[in-house]
Ligand binder design. Structure first.
Ligand code: FAD
Length: 385
């Protein structure tokens, strides 16, 4: 047991999950989150393999399963909104055992609720400098900590302050998620609509709940201000206006919502995940990109392993030694999926549509899907906990 003080930057998934384990080892934990409250934006995320095992160890698996999206079906639609093909979600998702799918916000909230009584959560603030034990903040007075952990996502400020600017690996696309009124009456069904170099998708758990919409477009790296939401919305208008289905309605809904997430499909690759008293965790250290479907599992597993070793002699090296092979497999899978996520030109859409229409009738469809998903299942389980 220890009474060392730890500062975690970021209350997404990784930050509160690490706090959970550190509190149990007697650490005094503060979590600083830049947003004024837990961020509610985001789409469905998967928790698979070792990630599910960590939820079980946290005693949160049942609660997470109760919040499962329970998705029944994926329906591919044409420009006029008519269905092109509808496939059972179980067939396509390749879930095994206790693997689950949950809204990002539900997962983040579960982690926060499990730790809020034992952890000092500070919202609406950010670290501005780290100098050995001394940390300064934008709002709070400077404080001393024994360790600082950056769980502050793809554009981690902790990473920048401790290791300098690190270029991200751009995977050739941008993704946006936002909330709109559920005018489609979606109920545990996902709609997908492909256009050349564009993908639009929408999901809701209940007809009475708003729907989450995703818009993804292929693009080389763009130079834009990440704080300028109006400029990001304008980019989405330019990329998607007039492309058919209900997309214009979604764009109008997007203009009225504050619940908005926009980022590149990018990976973080670092030669080391710690420096001195600072360690990085989750997307800040090894973002595999949303296309991998593995970001949340990596965050949960990383939190478990770091939570076990932080503060031990050689603990940070051990965290890295245990996590590297697992992370690398998932990063490779993320790069492969990013290529497949956004369609290419018209020919690629025609091939994709043909595949979707015929898959349902394929006599060995389960084997076809299993072959496609094998690398993901392998990556999801590539660590002993
Ligand atoms: C709003 C949002 C929506 C997302 N939606 C999806 C999605 O739909 N699909 C998907 O696959 N992945 C999504 N992601 C990414 C996904 O959550 C992560 O890949 C995964 O859960 C790993 O979690 P993480 O805790 O490492 O990072 P994140 O979940 O990104 O959490 C990082 C946290 O750090 C906070 N933060 C950022 N900068 C600072 C700072 N300077 N100081 C303090 N706090 C800071 C952020 O506000 C956020 O709460 C989303 C991320 C966010 C932030």
């Amino acid at each position: 047991m220890t009474n060392s003080r730890v500062l975690i930057s970021g209350a997404g998934v990784a930050g509160p999950a690490l706090a959970y384990w550190l509190v149990r080892r007697g650490f005094d934990v503060t979590v600083v989150e830049r947003a004024p409250e837990l961020r509610t934006a985001g789409y469905k995320v998967d928790v698979r393999g070792a990630g599910t095992e960590v939820l079980r160890k946290m005693g949160l698996l049942k609660a997470a399963q109760a919040a499962d999206t329970g998705m029944r079906r994926i329906t591919y639609v044409k420009k006029n909104g008519r269905p092109l093909a509808a496939l059972p979600a179980d067939l396509l998702m390749g879930r095994r055992g206790d693997d689950l799918e949950i809204m990002r916000w539900d997962l983040s909230r579960l982690m926060h609720d499990a730790t809020r009584d034992d952890v000092d959560y500070v919202f609406g603030d950010t670290i501005t400098s780290i100098n050995d034990r001394d940390v300064t903040f934008e709002q709070r007075k400077p404080q001393e900590f024994d360790y600082v952990v950056g769980a502050d996502g793809l554009h981690s400020v902790t990473r920048r302050l401790s290791m300098g600017e690190v270029p991200l690996r751009h995977l050739g696309a941008y993704i946006s998620i936002f909330t709109v009124p559920n005018t489609l009456g979606i109920e545990r069904e996902e709609f997908m609509y492909f256009r050349p170099e564009r993908l639009a998708f929408a999901y809701a758990m209940e007809p009475a709940q708003p729907a989450r919409v995703g818009l993804t477009f292929a693009s080389p790296e763009l130079d834009f201000d990440r704080r300028d939401v109006a400029a990001q919305k304008a980019m989405l208008h330019e990329a998607f206006a007039g492309t058919g289905w209900r997309v214009d309605e979604f764009l109008a809904g997007m203009d009225r919502t504050d619940d908005f997430y926009f980022d590149s499909l990018s990976q973080v690759e670092l030669p080391a995940w710690s420096k001195g008293r600072v360690a990085l965790l989750g997307d800040a250290a090894y973002c595999p990109a949303p296309a991998s479907g593995q970001g949340s599992s990596l965050a949960l597993v990383g939190a478990y392993v770091l939570g076990r070793h932080l503060g031990e002699p050689g603990g940070l090296a051990e965290y890295e030694r245990r996590m590297r092979p697992y992370v690398e497999k998932n990063m490779a899978f993320g790069r492969k999926m990013a290529k497949d996520m956004v369609p290419g030109g018209r020919l690629s859409i025609a091939v994709r549509s043909y595949g979707m229409r015929t898959l349902k009738y394929h006599p060995r469809k389960e084997q076809v899907i299993d072959r496609i998903l094998a690398p993901m299942l392998d990556a999801a389980n590539a660590i002993e906990l």
